[in-house]
Ligand binder design. Structure first.
Ligand SMILES: NC(=O)c1ccc[n+]([C@@H]2O[C@H](COP(=O)([O-])OP(=O)(O)OC[C@H]3O[C@@H](n4cnc5c(N)ncnc54)[C@H](OP(=O)(O)O)[C@@H]3O)[C@@H](O)[C@H]2O)c1
Ligand SMILES: Cc1cc2nc3c(=O)[nH]c(=O)nc-3n(C[C@H](O)[C@H](O)[C@H](O)COP(=O)(O)O)c2cc1C
Length: 505
């Protein structure tokens, strides 16, 4: 990247002076009026104790990649992005606080002798940091956030980088600014931690949405704690869903067709129609009595087998003879192998049945395995008895039954969450489609309520498998990649949760 010379910097200063002056005048008025330093978080440096400002534990388990989100922020803009990154990565948030807080006068952009101005002009300036980032050595990836000050990172970021040993750690800078890009502000930091692995940084506008932040993190390809809590939705287009990489290493499309209650020719034709509309994932189960028709539909579509991802499930009455049941499923589907097999519900003999699926993985009959209708109470006890971590859990999830704690608990283990009854299930779709909030959001985007609900799931990092035998609905359900719900709209739908289950399991 090009290095900006002093003169160029001065030009940037001049160009930005007028705009920023206005912003700063507003900030100064409020800060000077109360004579408060900029604290950034609402926790002022005076009330934040040494220990509060140290790096405390992360909930990630020992083998996980540990993420620290360290940031400096005077007016809260960078802090909001840092919190979004923390949410998306499951990392630990750490605020870099100055020993001597910055007052509004210190930040005066137009005063050549203001503290910020002098520090930025002095190559040697290293403002002291309050407290210590003890425990920093245990982090593998450090997101490092700052506001742009005259095209560069504030000097306190230099202090931070020189204070610790970042050898072998990955550092990902991010910044906020009025209008400047990240420019050379990140590359100029490299020499301060030359043995770190630096990743090119990114500038965020104030108030960037959580999905923008998640998409950026996904694009970095970092392994952050194994959590699978967001998808790269911008890689999708209507008729072509993006994929998520399962912990088995296999890619799986994030929109699929559910086939519960689709029988005989209706099933064959719905599967073929879905594949022709761009679907590449089909969900069936022994209990749906249509595995044979799903296989036929795949063949009828003309789409090559290897492009299609097929899930089926073993029902509890099969657990006692799971090996035989797997053979029967393979035979009925007649697709060579099963992409993903789930246990339909917890039940007698489920651990043994899971072990039979593990054996089938080793034999190349099944590629990935997982569970359905497993909740927090059951999962850890189950995992302790098996060898292959479940790749996916399929549970009831819709706006009236959200199970958000279950979603984040499982995602935190690197398990992909998938929603059954995403539209509420047959007999309940009307209630959801006519819900005032959902209908209003749909109208605002010129989309159907079904599309809004599916998009809401996807933005939460939850895979969807809407069921339909109507070719128009099928097309509609995979046309959810040309709009985005705002954080406010996501929150409005999140607020609809009633803990209302539409089926018993
Ligand atoms: N693991 C489990 O225990 C479990 C339990 C239940 C379901 N599942 C799986 O989850 C899948 C999804 O559940 P589901 O199919 O029962 O319920 P769903 O997807 O919530 O809703 C299906 C209903 O929505 C309608 N629909 C679909 N798309 C629509 C659209 N764009 N506009 C208007 N209406 C639309 C369908 O009618 P049309 O046919 O007219 O489009 C059908 O009546 C199942 O098919 C099955 O694969 C798993
Ligand atoms: C001293 C100072 C210098 C700044 N220089 C620039 C600049 O060169 N380019 C720019 O776009 N914004 C500039 N800004 C605006 C900040 O980068 C922007 O408001 C930032 O989002 C503030 O982040 P914070 O709220 O986390 O402190 C400057 C602000 C201050 C206080």
């Amino acid at each position: 990247m090009r290095r900006i010379k002093d003169t160029a910097l001065r030009n940037i200063r001049r160009a930005l002076a007028v705009i920023i002056a206005l912003t700063l005048i507003t900030m100064s008025l409020s800060a000077c009026g109360t004579n408060e330093p900029y604290a950034g978080t609402g926790v002022s440096p005076e009330t934040q104790t040494e220990s509060e400002n140290s790096v405390s534990d992360t909930s990630a388990n020992e083998e996980d990649t540990k993420v620290l989100v360290a940031y400096f922020s005077c007016t809260g803009t960078t802090e909001a992005i840092a919190k979004g990154i923390t949410d998306a990565t499951g990392g630990t948030l750490y605020q870099i606080l100055p020993e001597v807080p910055y007052t509004a006068a210190d930040l005066d952009y137009n005063d050549g002798s203001s503290r910020a101005n002098k520090e930025q002009d002095s190559a040697a300036a290293r403002p002291a940091i309050k407290g210590g980032a003890e425990g920093i050595e245990k982090y593998d990836v450090i997101f490092l956030g700052y506001p742009i000050w005259w095209g560069q990172a504030p000097k306190i970021i230099y202090t931070f980088l020189e204070k610790y040993d970042f050898s072998g750690k990955t550092i990902v800078p991010f910044c906020t600014s009025h209008s400047s890009g990240i420019g050379t502000s990140n590359t100029n930091l490299h020499s301060l931690a030359p043995t770190a692995n630096w990743i090119e940084g990114k500038r965020f506008a104030a108030g960037a949405s959580k999905s923008k932040i998640s998409e950026w993190i996904d694009s970095l390809g970092l392994k952050t704690g194994g959590a699978v809590s967001s998808f790269n939705l911008s890689a999708g287009e209507n008729g072509k869903a993006p994929t998520v990489t399962l912990n088995s290493g296999y890619e799986m499309p994030i929109v699929g067709l559910g086939t519960y209650s689709l029988l005989d020719d209706v099933c064959v034709n719905s599967v073929a129609s879905a594949l022709q509309s761009g679907f590449r994932k089909i969900d069936t189960a022994y209990m749906y009595h249509n595995e044979k028709e799903v296989g036929e539909g795949v063949r009828k579509s003309g789409v090559p087998r290897e492009e299609v991802f097929v899930t089926t499930k073993l029902y509890p009455n099969q657990y006692a003879n799971a090996g035989t049941a797997i053979g029967e499923a393979l035979e009925k589907l007649d697709l060579g192998y099963i992409d993903l097999m789930l246990l339909h519900h917890p039940g007698k003999g489920d651990v043994e049945a899971y072990k039979a699926m593990e054996k089938a993985v080793a034999e190349g009959k099944i590629r990935s395995i997982g569970l359905s209708n497993w909740y927090i109470e059951e999962i850890d006890g189950f995992i302790s008895q098996i060898a292959i971590m479940p790749a996916l859990i399929q549970n009831e999830i819709h706006p009236y039954y959200q199970e958000n704690e279950v979603i984040s608990y499982m995602q935190g283990k690197g398990i992909v969450m998938e929603a059954w009854y995403p539209l509420g299930g047959r007999g309940h779709t009307k209630e959801l489609f006519e819900n005032e909030t959902i209908a209003a959001i749909a109208a605002a985007h010129g989309k159907s309520p079904a599309q809004v609900i599916l998009r809401w799931d996807l933005q939460k990092g939850v895979v969807v498998i809407p069921g339909s035998s109507n070719p128009d609905h099928i097309k509609e359900n995979i046309s959810v990649f040309d709009f985005e719900l705002t954080d406010e709209e996501m929150n409005r739908i999140n607020a609809l949760d009633r803990g209302e289950k539409h089926d018993w399991y």
